[in-house]
Design a protein around this ligand. Structure first.
Ligand SMILES: C[S@@+](CC[C@H](N)C(=O)[O-])C[C@H]1O[C@@H](n2cnc3c(N)ncnc32)[C@H](O)[C@@H]1O
Length: 320
């Protein structure tokens, strides 16, 4: 469950779009922490909607009563209609998208479940029907929420950052980048601090997407932990986030305002393949390679480089 401070930060990322009505989707709503933070902003007048509807999907029957209670707390404070939808969000979203195009939401707020989806599972087949090819529940929830958003709709989610690279998430990145503009990415600097109290070690990020938006610069913010006391924010050109011409469409998240090394060092525009280099990500350490070590370089040797040989993006050799 999302701690209140993180829920407040997530809700704070929705811009005031000056639209009179809001239809909010909370998929995998738990006890409604995220919807509550959103409704709290509405109740204080920060988001000035004249009508609000919340659809909260939750699978775990033990949480439904608490979820209803959380939402009901707001009916006297904002012009609100709520629906708690028990059961499987994936099943319901895919079937409504297929039958009648699905409901259309103006906002979606998510802290979805994280779990691998097996390649022949029912979820995988259902998602395929909706044109979504993905192997984790979290990316499935984000893709479905995006499919259910109207043009200009806003989605804010807290999810693992594993979708940013790797071949498995390539179809998901394509799905996302073809339908939405990335407006904001927030990173927690400390891997184990996002959910300090639950001890969740997952490396999470928070992202805001705008369905059908024209892609412009992306706001990147960082904070050490969920107290957000030291939050820093910088705008970066989109070309710094997804490099032009990158067929994998990896999502890079610069954490400092400076231009990254590949922009300032023109020589860094070669791929490893073009340089005929291969990378092993296993632990290449000298004590396991003793028989291959040479004291002096020769025609058939290559340098063994350590992190200390790199400074500010440059190779620094210690040879005289
Ligand atoms: C990580 S928790 C987050 C709960 C809540 N959004 C929050 O931020 O506190 C994910 C929630 O998704 C629910 N869930 C898991 N699989 C689901 C499914 N297929 N359909 C709907 N809800 C599901 C879980 O029961 C859990 O409450």
């Amino acid at each position: 469950m999302t701690p209140p401070g993180v829920a407040r930060f997530i809700a704070s990322l929705f811009p005031d779009t000056n639209t009179p009505s809001c239809r909010l989707l909370d998929a995998g709503a738990g006890l409604g922490a995220l919807s509550a933070a959103f409704l709290e902003r509405c109740a204080t007048g920060e988001l000035g909607f004249t009508s609000l509807a919340v659809d909260a999907y939750e699978f775990d029957t033990a949480l439904l009563e608490g979820l209803r209670e959380t939402l009901t707390n707001y009916v006297d404070r904002v012009p609100l209609a709520t629906r708690v939808l028990p059961g499987d969000f994936i099943e319901q979203a895919v079937s409504s998208l297929g039958l009648w195009g699905g409901p259309r939401y103006s906002h979606a707020i998510l802290n979805p479940p994280y779990k691998k989806i097996q390649s022949h599972s029912r979820h995988r087949l259902l998602l395929r029907q909706a044109g979504i090819e993905t192997s984790n529940l979290y990316s499935a929830f984000v893709a479905l929420a995006l499919a259910l958003l109207e043009e200009g709709g806003q989605l804010v989610a807290i999810i693992p950052r594993s979708f940013c690279n790797g071949p498995y998430f390539r179809p998901f990145r394509d799905f996302l980048l073809e339908r939405a503009a990335i407006r904001h990415l927030h990173l927690f600097a400390s891997r184990d601090q996002a959910f300090r109290e639950d001890g969740v070690l997952q490396e999470n990020l928070i992202l805001r997407l705008e369905r059908g938006g024209a892609q412009g610069p992306v706001a990147i913010s960082t904070s050490t932990d969920d107290r957000f006391a030291d939050t820093l924010e910088h705008l970066h050109p989109f070309e710094r986030i997804v490099l032009p011409g990158d067929p994998e469409r990896f999502i890079h998240i610069p954490t400092s305002p400076e231009a990254p090394a590949h922009e300032v060092l023109p020589g860094l525009d070669h791929t490893l393949a073009a340089l005929r280099l291969e990378v092993s990500t296993g632990p290449v350490v000298d004590f396991r390679l003793r028989e291959w070590l040479r004291d002096q370089p020769g025609p058939d040797t290559v340098p063994l480089l350590y992190p200390c040989h790199f400074r500010a993006g440059r190779l620094v050799t210690l040879l005289a």
